[in-house]
Design a protein around this ligand. Structure first.
Ligand code: ADP
Ligand code: MG
Length: 323
């Protein structure tokens, strides 16, 4: 499952220096149709805490996510799921602890020590922008991590821009206009909306708008895609179609995915691993080691789903009983 890293971060970053040429556009288009070339992505959280004034939301989160893993996070409303994704995206700084997102040469070993200044945190690994520490940051003026993209329940499209331009918004690099258009159309092709490139968002269905939002999130080839209840507003059938699409693009591009959902069935259908977040802590960490694509109603899926629900409900009853 974990990709073996062969390409150094420096090699990968060098593509940003290229200027536009037809050959470059063709190469970038090819990039979009092939799996990420063994790009090692990893997320590491150590002692991460987040408080808003007196409210302690996340308390001492330690977590490693191997490259290319699909992680689902479930938990009650208000338990800190969106806050965790915002920290991963660099939109907010942790109150304490450290978050690293980036390339690492080789898998972490059990006794791999990790401090704020080792290679995981170095410029070579992150292009200087991939870390997010409590020390030295104020939580204001944060630069979002350019290698992380967030997708939300609402598509958040610009109503005055056509579909293709909405996708281009996801490109942060200063690319030539023709290259941008090309990349946007490739991303739309991937989500099955190539023929809608010149439409206005207003004429699309809810599911199609979410597909545009997915194309916008993926057009820059992020290392990490953070999905915050992205399918919560869709009807059941559209939702299943979107789950399949997300799995298909993830299998093709092999980014690391962190999906927050309140739908435990959705989580076990898509994820390699399920985390339960409660009271600001990870209280369960379960592997979903089942072949893909997964069939709805599969007894093995139901068994894992049952375990997660039992865990959530049992703890809920215990908490209720103690109050
Ligand atoms: N910017 C903020 N300022 C103050 N409180 C916040 C802020 N963001 C989130 N919270 C609080 O943190 C808690 C967790 O919120 P959130 O991460 O959105 O939960 P979830 O996504 O699990 O429903 C909630 O009590 C929420 O009110
Ligand atoms: Mg939320």
């Amino acid at each position: 499952m974990t990709a073996t890293p062969t390409m150094s971060a420096t090699q990968t970053m060098s593509t940003t220096k290229e200027t536009f040429s037809p050959a470059y556009a063709r190469r970038r288009a090819r990039d979009l149709s092939e799996p990420v070339p063994q790009r090692p992505v990893a997320v590491r959280l150590r002692g991460v805490e987040k408080s808003f004034r007196a409210l302690s939301v996340l308390r001492g989160i330690d977590l490693d996510i191997p490259s290319g893993q699909f992680v689902a996070i479930v938990g009650r409303s208000g338990c800190g799921k969106s806050t965790l994704l915002r920290l991963l995206a660099g939109l907010e700084a942790p109150s304490a602890g450290h978050i690293g997102i980036g390339h690492v040469e080789g898998a972490f070993s059990e006794n791999d020590t990790f401090s704020g200044n080792d290679t995981f945190n170095g410029d070579a690994a992150f292009g200087g922008r991939g870390t997010n520490t409590a020390a030295g940051t104020t939580g204001k003026n944060r630069a979002p991590n350019e290698h992380v993209r967030l997708m939300f329940q609402e598509p958040r499209l610009l109503p005055w821009a056509r579909v293709a331009r909405n996708v281009e918004v996801g490109l942060t690099r200063a690319e030539h206009r023709r290259a941008r258009r090309h990349l946007a159309r490739e991303a739309l092709l991937r989500v099955g909306l190539a023929e809608r490139a010149d439409d206005w968002p207003a004429v699309l269905s809810g599911g199609q708008k979410q597909r545009v939002a997915l194309a916008r999130a993926l057009v820059s080839r992020p290392w990490l895609l953070a999905l915050d209840e992205p399918l919560g507003a869709l009807d059941a059938l559209t939702r299943i179609g979107m789950q399949e699409l997300i799995e298909t693009v993830w299998r093709a591009q092999r980014f690391t995915a962190v999906l927050v959902t309140h739908d435990v069935t959705e989580a076990v259908t898509l994820a390699d691993r399920m985390l339960v977040l409660e009271d600001g802590r990870i209280t369960a960490d379960l592997a979903v080691d089942l072949p893909r694509p997964r069939r709805k109603g599969d007894p093995d899926l139901a068994r894992i789903e049952g375990r997660v629900l039992d865990h959530l409900l049992l703890r809920h009853r215990l908490t209720e009983g103690s109050t």
